[in-house]
Write a new protein. Structure first.
Length: 116
């Protein structure tokens, strides 16, 4: 992807569902459900994030980029290669209110790759 666009959670889930439907042979959509229903019911699996960068914005809040990825193993893929999507999860932390949970701002999808 050349244009990085900050996606909200629904837009991110929609991209992941499209990717899974395209490449995951054991992932299918019930024909009675609309695509919107399918995206709404999709749950993002637990991700092992890696901290990439943090900075303080003009409001004095910390913006943090966490890198994550999801993989479809080659034994589960519709072709003979594994499939990997890599993305950043962007969160805002309010320094003035430490009791407030970090606020998820969105996701940047970095790449859809074919593995070995």
């Amino acid at each position: 992807m050349t244009d990085l666009q900050l996606l909200n959670e629904w837009e991110f889930k929609a991209e992941i569902v499209r990717w899974r439907i395209k490449y995951d042979r054991i992932y299918f959509r019930n024909e009675q459900d609309s695509f919107e229903d399918w995206v709404q019911s999709y749950r993002i699996p637990p991700i092992d994030y890696v901290h990439v960068d943090s900075f303080i914005d003009s409001d004095g809040d910390v913006i943090t980029y966490l890198k994550g990825s999801m993989k479809i193993d080659r034994t589960q893929s519709r072709n003979t290669h594994s499939q990997i999507v890599t993305f950043y999860h962007v969160v805002r932390t309010f320094i003035d209110c430490p009791e407030v949970e970090p606020y998820p701002m969105g996701y940047y999808i970095i790449s859809f790759e074919q593995g070995l």
